[in-house]
Ligand binder design. Structure first.
Ligand code: ZN
Length: 241
């Protein structure tokens, strides 16, 4: 079976549609949270997912947009985007976001937005945090989002951790070693590469493949501008920061 791994869509429908098109058919989509927040089309992104066979977990922006977390934990720009998003979301889409769990286990994989011990909020950016995440769960593979930066951590049988940045087209074997990975962000990359990021898991070959794809950033920016998004949030899409 093939699973499409998408995270941090952030209401960027232009990027989401491009990623789905580039990925081609998969058996199921796994979404690692932050479907909404920042971008111009929160309802359309939720509805696109609802049309697909998918599972999803909740992210911090999703939680804040439906009143499950206080917008006050966000900086000014993010908070304004969350308040705008909360006003846009239909009742049905709000209820869908409310139904999302914080973690999910699937075929030896733990899906979580942040980290196993702090599923909605904690960022995993370095080897120490990855080691703690491995210690906090027995599930062999951990797939996270939240940082918007693609990264892979591998823990060998001695407990030693290695990390690497997955380039476009890179494939990683899911073998005996434990793996923690972040596919990067569909709708708001922050690793300096503005292309949308995603990954595909092949459970028969036990491989994960990482991808980047160019999308029409100017169109996404036009939609943000007409929704009243700030200049700063709009321009950062082009920089991938
Ligand atoms: Zn996010």
């Amino acid at each position: 079976m093939r699973f499409g791994l998408i995270s941090d869509i952030h209401a960027n429908l232009v990027a989401l549609e491009t990623v789905l098109d580039d990925m081609g058919p998969v058996d199921q989509y796994w979404c690692l949270g932050d479907i909404v927040g920042y971008g111009a089309q929160p309802n359309e992104c939720v509805e696109t997912l609802l049309d697909l066979d998918h599972v999803a977990i909740i992210g911090n922006h999703d939680a804040a947009s439906i009143g499950k977390a206080s917008p006050r934990s966000f900086n000014g720009e993010a908070r304004r985007a969350i308040e705008w998003t909360a006003r846009q979301l239909t009742k049905e889409n709000t209820n869908y976001l409310k139904s999302l769990p914080e973690t999910m286990e699937h075929n030896q994989v733990l899906l979580v937005h942040g980290s196993p011990r702090d599923p909605v909020w904690e960022y995993i950016t370095n080897q120490e945090q990855a080691q703690e995440a491995f210690n906090d769960t027995e599930t062999p593979y951990i797939f996270v989002g939240h940082t918007h930066v693609p990264i892979v951590f591998v823990r060998d049988s001695q407990g030693k951790i290695f990390d690497g940045v997955p380039e476009d087209g890179m494939a990683l074997r899911l073998g005996a070693e434990r793996v923690l990975l972040n596919p990067g962000s569909v709708g708001q990359p922050r690793d300096g590469d503005p292309r949308a990021a995603y990954a595909v898991v092949d459970s028969d070959k036990l491989m994960v493949e990482f991808h980047r794809v160019e999308y029409d950033i100017e169109e996404a920016q036009r939609r943000m501008k007409s929704s009243g998004a700030s200049e700063w949030l709009t321009t950062r899409l082009a920089h991938g920061r």
